[in-house]
Write a protein that binds this ligand. Structure first.
Ligand code: AMP
Ligand code: MG
Length: 404
């Protein structure tokens, strides 16, 4: 049986970047930019005022004070979005608004707070250093500069840069379409009241939303019963229409655990079928061409953890993201934890950064079906396979699942 690290390596080695597409600017958030973006303008495009005030010659106002104010003729008013029509010379000033272009001749803006105006004159009560409260053309970016260099994750500041550079259709890596299937004769949809022996499908929905969190596009394919025919049909549909196929259930050792057999029948080459980890030892991974197929365990906690640790990094790699894995920190374990050794364990935990250090504690789930406890968790702490007990106050590795 392979370790979790080995499983992650196999999955990532089997995963390639998808092709690129274009999305409207407002939909680009969270995508990975696929190209280099060059600015077609200078930013700012002209020398501009950064304060409301008066555009003047610095030499005129260098000696201004409360006792000896300097009086200047106001020759025009320049609003943001307009263009000055007059030059400022010694003895004159132009009223100017933040973001408006500086008039010829002026090299300084006196803040309006340091002035008083009356009958076409402005009186200046404070000295202003020459060059203040204005920025030169192209101070931030020059025409022709590379402003973004893909692959780079698009966050709100990058959206702003794209807007500044005039990019309204953004070339990005395509999001993987991820087919989601729940398997099991006992599974019914959430809008049904389970009859004796049945349970509601939770995995289909938590899996689909985990895919969304990984910037993938889920395609819910419904519930397949535990028959070869039902599985063959839904898996064929998934392989035809999706980049990645996720199935929950049907991968352990029971008589009706048929997922692996059908994968083989559909030419999915199985890379591994169990991992030395807890929760969720039975976890099947196969590939067909560039398509990935994951048979996740049916137990809700196992399915959630498997998806976070194995599927999510692959979905992110497909989009050329550089940070594919959830961040890990070292944290101080608050109460001791005991396990049966043999498998590396990822324990649902609540972790927080307090008084300059990370702490973590088990949320006390009572098995792989206990979604209610895991909803208290924001992380997983890791216990090595060969450990029996981890004492309180020991440092452990924690995988942060902070979006939960
Ligand atoms: P299996 O791996 O198919 O043997 O399923 C393991 C356990 O997970 C069983 O108790 C199932 O009833 C449960 N299970 C399987 N699929 C789902 C699902 N989609 N939603 C909630 N529980 C499930
Ligand atoms: Mg089952």
């Amino acid at each position: 049986m392979i370790s979790m690290n080995e499983a992650v390596r196999i999955v990532m080695d089997s995963t390639s970047r998808l092709d690129t597409t274009t999305v409207p600017l407002l939909e680009s958030l969270g995508h990975t930019l696929a190209v280099e973006v060059v600015s077609d303008i200078n930013m700012p495009p002209f020398e501009k005022a950064t304060m409301d005030g008066y555009a003047v010659l610095g030499s005129d106002v260098a000696a201004a004070s409360r006792e000896n104010p300097v009086s200047l003729d106001v020759i025009e008013e320049i609003q943001a979005g307009s263009v000055p029509t007059k030059s400022v010379s010694s003895g004159t000033a132009a009223l100017i608004m933040t973001g408006a272009p500086m008039p010829d001749g002026a090299d300084t803006v006196v803040m309006v707070e340091d002035t008083e105006s009356e009958n076409g004159l402005v009186r200046i009560f404070e000295p202003t250093e020459t060059g203040r409260n204005r920025v030169p053309m192209g101070e931030d970016v020059r025409e022709g500069d590379v402003v973004l260099s893909g692959p780079v994750r698009i966050r709100p500041p990058e959206v702003g840069i794209l807007a500044t550079a005039g990019v309204t259709r953004v070339p990005v890596y395509r999001r993987p379409v991820v087919g989601v299937v729940a398997t099991g004769d006992e599974i019914v949809e959430p809008d049904q009241h389970p009859a004796p022996g049945q349970i509601r499908n939770s995995n289909g929905y938590s899996m689909a939303t985990q895919v969304l969190r990984a910037e993938g596009t889920p395609r819910y394919l419904g519930i397949a019963g535990d028959t070869v025919e039902a599985l063959r049909q839904v898996m064929q549909e998934g392989l035809d229409t999706c980049d990645v196929l996720l199935l929950s259930g049907g991968v352990s050792a029971g008589v009706y655990d048929l997922v692996q057999g059908v994968m083989r029948e559909l030419d999915v080459s199985i890379q591994f079928d169990r991992i030395k980890m807890k929760p969720g030892k039975p976890l099947t991974f196969g590939v067909r061409g560039s398509k990935l197929v994951f048979g996740l365990p049916g137990n809700p906690v196992s399915s959630l953890v498997g998806l976070e640790l194995l599927v999510r990094p692959a979905l992110r790699k497909m989009q050329a993201m550089s940070d594919c894995h959830r961040p890990r920190v070292r944290a101080r374990l608050q109460t001791s934890f005991t396990q049966t050794p043999g498998r590396e364990q990822f324990v649902p935990a609540f972790s927080e950064f307090k008084d300059g250090a990370w702490t973590t504690r088990w949320v006390g789930h009572h098995g792989s079906a206990d979604l209610f406890s895991i909803s208290q968790a924001n992380s997983l702490f890791v216990v090595d396979a060969d450990r029996t007990t981890v004492e309180a106050d020991t440092d452990v590795d924690v995988v942060l699942l902070s979006e939960w």
